[in-house]
Design a protein around this ligand. Structure first.
Ligand SMILES: Nc1ncnc2c1ncn2[C@@H]1O[C@H](COP(=O)(O)OP(=O)(O)OP(=O)(O)O)[C@@H](O)[C@H]1O
Length: 404
């Protein structure tokens, strides 16, 4: 919710030359908003805004901007996403446009002229954009210090970065420009991507003729059909519609899950960034099925990148650790289930004291370690679970330029 509100507020504030919400600039705001909605055939949704307090705009956006039907909501969502995709070029100053109302851009929804009026990358709905992460900028500048991480933690590990930061005499201008570009990019790049995966009904559910309560409409949009009872015990189904950064239906393979989730964030770890992928869901929803293949695929991918000329001189090494939290306790799965403690250091960084890390130089070694860890982890057979929700597995791949 926080993100949505902040985004909508930024969207409003960034119209160059616009007045504060609620002031005399509001009429122009209405017109721009109306044209923007009209470009997607959603002009009828603009009307409530005319009388609305403009400070309520963020809330209207969060509520789907008054969209009623599923089709309208999809259009609105795509329109908002296009702001994110296309906003990149919108950092140029605003020029009034003679674009006629109802103009539709090449993407079918979004006029480039209207894009200018709404500014650059203001909406972080599509957060980790792989085109952004895999851009030339990222690949050719692999050691740009990342604002995701505090610099001080890497003084020793990333010698290459430190020397590059100092730079040759006369390079300050370029460095400053890079920094500016980097921070502009950073402010445009959201850091969380929410992906939903639907699993197929299992045999038991089918034999019981249970209803499939999730309908995937497209790659971003699904409905949940919730069976309910009225007070007179009449059964009915309540439909809830949701948008996510990505929705993967039951036909999607684990490889596709990898491509959608982890693959785009791998290049960022070459920039001193910590990247996390976690699964959340009720028991039996497919967390283990989804997560287990990911570390192996990630290790393959990292090792492939490490062989590229741009990285192979940097003497990076990959380290693996694997632990679980079970029943409120932490166990090292690569060290005979040694019990560990989690602490916070002076820099508020969480540390797992005594966690063993192993250098892994090829994918086969990663597989062997993970198999070893899997055989050590708690299972229902080894130990009845006291609380099924209290079980988390952590695969940790760490890329460093030399051993700490
Ligand atoms: N996308 C899928 N395609 C086919 N089968 C799946 C899929 N997702 C899950 N399953 C199957 O559903 C069952 C439950 O999945 P899984 O064990 O991954 O759930 P879980 O969320 O990890 O459960 P728990 O929280 O109880 O550990 C398994 O038999 C698994 O093989």
């Amino acid at each position: 919710m926080q993100q949505g509100n902040a985004t909508a507020a930024a969207l409003y504030d960034h119209r160059p030359g616009s007045a504060a919400p609620g002031s005399g600039g509001a009429d122009a705001g209405d017109a721009v908003m109306a044209r923007w909605l009209q470009s997607a055939g959603l002009q009828h949704l603009a009307s409530p805004l005319v009388s609305a307090d403009h400070r309520a705009l963020p809330n209207l956006l969060m509520q789907g901007y008054g969209a009623q039907s599923a089709e309208e909501k999809q259009k609105l969502f795509r329109l908002l996403r296009n702001l994110n995709f296309n906003g990149e070029s919108g950092s140029e100053s605003y020029t009034p446009t003679s674009q006629s109302f109802g103009a539709v851009g090449a993407d079918g929804f979004y006029s480039p002229d209207l894009r200018g009026e709404f500014g650059a990358g203001l909406l972080d709905l599509h957060s980790v954009d792989d085109t952004e992460l895999l851009s030339e900028h990222v690949m050719s500048e692999p050691f740009e210090p990342s604002p995701f991480m505090p610099d001080r933690g890497f003084d020793n590990d990333f010698d290459v970065i430190s020397s590059r930061q100092q730079g040759p005499a006369g390079s300050n201008l370029g460095a400053a420009a890079n920094e500016k570009e980097s921070s502009a990019k950073e402010s445009n790049l959201a850091k969380i991507k929410v992906v939903v995966r639907k699993r197929p009904l299992n045999k038991k559910e089918m034999s019981r003729k249970e209803d499939d309560i999730v309908t995937v409409h497209n790659s971003a949009y699904l409905s949940v059909h919730e069976p309910k009872l009225k007070v007179d015990l009449t059964a009915y189904v309540e439909k809830h519609e949701f948008c996510f950064d990505a929705v993967l239906d039951e036909s999607v393979t684990n490889d596709e899950v990898y491509r959608e989730t982890v693959e785009p964030i791998i290049p960022t770890i070459f920039q001193q960034t910590k990247a996390t992928c976690f699964a959340y869901g009720q028991t039996g929803s497919g967390k283990t099925y989804t997560m287990q293949p990911l570390p192996i695929r990630a290790a393959e991918h990292i090792m492939r990148l490490l062989r590229q000329p741009v990285y192979c001189n940097q003497k990076f090494k990959l380290w693996l650790s694997y632990f679980e939290i079970y029943g409120g306790k932490l166990f090292d799965l690569l060290s005979d289930r040694r019990k560990l403690c989690m602490r916070e250091d002076g820099r508020q960084q969480v540390c797992i004291v005594g966690l063993q890390e192993f250098e892994v130089s090829d994918v086969q070694i990663v597989k062997e370690f993970i198999e070893k860890g899997n055989s050590a982890r708690s299972t229902v057979l080894q130990e009845p679970m006291r609380n099924h929700l209290d079980h988390m597995l952590f695969y940790n791949l760490s890329l460093r330029s030399r051993k700490r």
